[in-house]
Design a protein around this ligand. Structure first.
Ligand SMILES: [Fe+2]
Length: 574
């Protein structure tokens, strides 16, 4: 059975994923192909084309198309909650009651058009709409590989109306325990503060999280943003998650926070220079997110955690690696699985896995995220030969050995190998690498790729042989979805990848999923004594991660990087 999953239901992060008989064969984000971050307002045309071509599947062979957005009935509490809470924006409130599936209808039209444009056939194929939070939940539960009963958490900005999902998975089925609805959204609250701190929603949340450890969470009391008794919560929409007239406006742009928030906290942060008091605000919002989410998790999922200790988590807020560290630290938690493409890109996998399971074909545990296109050395050479300027390339005889030497001299290296990663993290196939033992390498990378925000820490890829010693835990971490406390005796050895608060967002690398990357880190260990490499994504600020060899060359020549390794060739700047 062939199931195509498509995301892009809420106007960003369109992607496609293809399951064949329960096996995830290919998945990719549209932004990588069209070179437009988050592919706002787009459907996944190029990503779908790639998935079909990669799998050798003809459009007419697809049995099911699954989409992470469904109709919400008027009898559901969701639409009534929304209408009640948005009384101050009557047009929205009335719309939710009278025409509450308007967005579903427009999504449906766009998906049908895509199916016809790509010859999949809208009238032939079976179309399965999946509630947005069920798609997030499915991406977490069905890909976790957990056999025992496990708790499921879904937290994002919003899907149709739901913003937060607590449930559990058992015997292949997902059960809802509790949902919260817009405007009561933790992701929305964090996003509103992200805008106030001068960053953009969807990307800026990582910067707020990076900023937080520099600030004092106790200097300002943020509790007025949310009313939470540990069981229910209500966002203060006088301050954040605002719509219509309540929104603060600047130069014609509306924000999710209000003038009242500015009256309280001062002007919105401008530029990237002013830190005080904004780093304290970042610390406060991070702490508020953590305490609220943890209290709800304990209330709704505490019994399941006590029973089996297994949890899985998806939705944009699942990319908050600091929150994830706190969840792992909860008593009774044995293992947390965070679906690595936790934001909306991952709902393509979520909807497809849900539809496959529903049709009686169980899906396999997620093996890795190397699910995008790959290119041969010959294709890389061809891209060099056809490039708009002369490219100084040469063949390497031993890629890991030669690359490790360049890195060990303290040079950053752009590294392009194998299949592109699905999800926001570079995991050793589209990466910029450095030696974490060389003080100053992080600054050098920042200078060479220009304008990488100083609030974003650099992260380590660590061999499985030393991970437990560095991170002081046996918890799995293949996808950089958690931070861990770095052991004291390692902090001085790998200073460039330890964050301000002594943590690192680590990827543990094993040989089975990425043999060449593993060999490279082994060679680094021979030279430096440390089986660790600094790894950041192969892109410049504001651009999507590199997909093709030509994208890599564009990125390379648009930066001050001096070395690019693509498959078996080395490109050097003169
Ligand atoms: Fe979502």
């Amino acid at each position: 059975m062939i199931v195509l999953g498509l995301s892009g239901a809420v106007s960003h992060d369109a992607s496609a994923a293809l399951y064949i008989d329960g096996k995830l064969v290919a998945a990719a984000e549209e932004e990588r192909f069209i070179r437009d971050k988050h592919a706002k307002g787009k459907m996944a045309y190029e990503a779908t084309r790639f998935c079909l071509e990669y799998a050798g599947v003809k459009p007419e062979q697809i049995d099911i198309v699954a989409f992470p957005y469904a109709q919400i009935s008027l009898t559901s509490p969701a639409r009534w909650h929304y209408a009640k809470r948005y009384w101050y924006a009557p047009d929205r409130a009335i719309m939710a009651l009278l025409n509450g599936n308007r967005r579903y209808d427009s999504n449906y039209r766009e998906v049908m058009k895509l199916l016809d444009d790509l010859d999949i056939g809208s009238s032939r194929v079976k179309f399965v709409p999946v509630e947005h939070h069920l798609a997030h939940a499915s991406s977490a539960y069905h890909l976790s590989g957990f056999k025992e009963k496990c708790a499921i958490i879904g937290i994002d900005g919003k899907g149709e109306y739901a913003t937060t999902f607590f449930g559990y998975g058992e015997n292949g089925k997902i059960h809802k325990i509790k949902e919260f609805y817009d405007p009561d959204s933790l992701g929305g609250m964090y996003g509103s503060l992200t805008e106030f701190l001068g960053f953009e929603i969807l990307d800026g949340e990582f910067k707020v999280m990076g900023m937080a450890p520099y600030g004092d969470p106790n200097r300002f009391d943020f509790s007025r943003l949310i009313d939470c008794d540990g069981k229910n919560f209500k966002i203060n929409t006088q301050l954040v998650n605002c719509l219509g007239m309540r929104r603060y406006k600047e130069k014609g742009k509306g924000y999710y926070f209000s003038q009242k928030l500015i009256d309280w906290l001062g002007p919105k942060r401008q530029g990237d220079e002013i830190d005080d008091p904004y780093i304290d605000y970042a610390a406060s919002i991070q702490q508020l997110l953590e305490t609220t989410a943890l209290s709800l998790i304990e209330h709704y999922l505490g019994d399941i955690i006590k029973d089996t200790g297994k949890l899985c988590f998806a939705g944009g807020v699942a990319l908050n690696v600091k929150l994830n560290q706190r969840i792992i630290d909860l008593p009774g938690v044995k293992e947390l699985f965070v679906q690595p493409a936790a934001s909306d890109a991952g709902t393509a996998i979520g909807a497809a896995s849900f539809a496959s399971e529903q049709a009686g074909v169980p899906v396999e545990k997620l093996q890795h995220v190397y699910l995008g296109p790959s290119y041969t050395t010959d294709e890389c050479i061809q891209a060099c030969e056809q490039y708009e300027q002369k490219v100084n390339w040469s063949r390497m005889t031993n890629v890991p050995v030669e690359t490790a030497k360049i890195l060990d001299y303290g040079n950053p290296v752009a590294w392009f190998q194998g299949r592109m990663e699905f999800g926001p993290r570079a995991l050793g196939n589209r990466s910029i690498l450095g030696s974490p033992s060389h003080r100053g390498v992080a600054d050098r990378i920042n200078a060479q790729i220009k304008y990488r925000e100083r609030w974003r820490p650099f992260c380590p890829s660590i061999l499985d042989t030393v991970a437990a010693d560095i991170l002081q835990t046996d918890h799995p971490s293949p996808y950089m979805t958690f931070t861990f406390d770095v052991a004291e005796h390692w902090k001085q050895r790998i200073p460039e990848v330890v964050h301000e608060d002594g943590t690192a967002r680590a990827q543990i690398v094993n040989k089975n999923t990425n043999a060449r990357y593993y060999s490279l880190i082994e060679e680094m260990e021979k030279l430096s004594g440390n089986a660790v490499i600094l790894n950041t994504s192969l892109n410049r600020r504001g651009e999507p991660m590199v997909c093709s060899p030509t994208d890599a060359l564009n990125m390379f020549y648009g930066s001050d990087l001096e070395y690019l390794v693509m498959e078996d060739i080395l490109i050097k700047k003169p």
